[in-house]
Design a protein around this ligand. Structure first.
Ligand code: NAD
Length: 363
């Protein structure tokens, strides 16, 4: 099969969907790999490294998309790429279609078969291709929050860990899943006072066990969220309802009652966000004010640390990619319900119930 890897096009997105190690594996199995010129530059991977592993380097995006039977990306196609979608193409990438009607419509109109990394799902509900990026975004969230809490960055002027005699920041993490647990690890490591809320008591139990009482765990209800958020210097939104738009946990009127200069980092923004006032921002212009607070809603947080993220992502995608390349999408998804859970569109038909429900479209 001909596997193609274009350069990512989203603002400040420096990850790439395949490393030379992945190229080597594919070529060893008899597949052909084409990579766009400079696709790996942002992750410190040179064209020469891909070439040495057996890939062919092509000059532009159009050539790479045209050459592809199986196209690997990191982020969903953007408007300039919609024209490249076609019925005989299999696209394997993050899609987040529940949060994007225009991308859903483009995939349906183009007829491509698309498989979304973020909805590849194991029987016990784990999301193995979202997890590595949730780990990265989760660990970055307190780092971004700590920076924006500084007065010079528009925040309250609170140091995360404080100093002896001057308490540090009150950090509230909404969601104790992969992103949430990683955010807690870093915030607690910075010696902030951390409270986590979740509706899954087992997740809270795991945090309680791990931190032996150093992190407060609270069952998530509207009232509990309200109480925690009004006392917070930093709120990190990391909730997920798989495949669906994130639930709104922090309405506008609650933000109005928060501490001035508090910072809200909405990690869940790629699923529409869990604060009412969230709208996607970019690394170039990451924040905006709401009622005197600072909102940080960067939709591709792991893009800030591409060196780490590219390697973490491709470690996770490679086994699935090899199956798609070896067997083709039809046989691979028929044989593996985990991969089949990622199927999103095929020849103009929507295959994801959650995306259909999010947009009021038929299945
Ligand atoms: P996860 O499934 O591991 O965890 C989500 C948690 O949210 C679960 O524990 C669930 O019980 C909890 N939850 C659901 N509804 C809740 C509610 N009402 N109150 C409290 N908790 C609730 O998911 P994850 O992998 O940690 O991903 C979290 C979010 O981070 C997702 O939206 C994901 O797309 C996003 N993400 C964003 C970026 C980015 O760059 N912005 C990168 C990676 C992941």
């Amino acid at each position: 099969m001909r596997v193609a890897v274009p350069k990512e096009t989203k603002d400040n997105e420096f990850r790439v969907a395949l490393t030379p190690a992945g190229v080597h594996e594919l070529v060893r199995r008899g597949h052909e790999v084409v990579v766009e010129h400079d696709a790996g530059a942002g992750s410190a991977i040179a064209d020469a490294d891909y070439k040495e592993a057996g890939a062919q380097i092509l000059a532009g995006a159009a050539e790479v998309w045209d050459a592809a039977e199986l196209l690997l990306k990191v982020k969903e196609p953007i408007e300039s790429e919609y024209g490249f979608l076609r019925p005989d193409l299999t696209l394997f990438t993050y899609l987040h279609l529940a949060a994007s009607r225009s991308c859903t419509d483009a995939l349906l109109a183009g007829g491509a078969t698309s498989i979304a990394y973020e909805t590849v799902r194991t029987e016990d509900g784990r999301l193995p291709l979202l997890a590595p990026m949730s780990e990265v975004a989760g660990r970055l969230a307190p780092q971004a929050g700590a920076y924006h809490l500084m007065r010079s960055a528009g925040g309250r002027g609170v140091l995360m860990g404080g100093v002896p005699g001057a308490p540090g920041a009150d950090v509230v993490v909404l969601g104790a899943g992969v992103a949430g647990a990683n955010a807690i690890a870093v915030a607690a490591g910075m010696q902030a006072r951390v409270t986590v809320l979740d509706i899954d008591v087992d997740k809270l139990r795991a945090i309680d066990d791990r931190y032996a009482g150093r992190v407060r765990t609270v069952y998530s209800t509207e009232l509990a969220v309200r109480e925690a958020v009004t006392q917070a210097d930093l709120v990190i939104g990391a909730v997920l309802v798989p495949g669906a738009k994130a639930p709104t946990l922090v309405p506008n009127e609650l933000v109005a009652r928060m501490r001035p200069g508090a910072v809200l980092v909405d990690v869940a923004i790629d699923q529409g966000g869990c604060f009412e006032d969230s709208r996607p921002t970019t690394h170039a212009d990451p924040t905006y004010p709401v009622h005197g607070t600072v909102f940080y809603c960067v939709a591709n947080m792991p893009g800030a640390v591409p060196h780490t993220s590219t390697r973490a992502l491709t470690n996770a995608t490679l086994p699935y990619l090899l199956r798609l390349a070896d067997e083709g999408w039809e046989a691979a998804t028929a044989a593996d319900p985990v991969l089949a859970a990622g199927l999103s569109t095929h020849r103009g038909e929507l295959l994801s119930a959650e995306v259909a429900a999010a947009h009021g479209l038929p299945l």
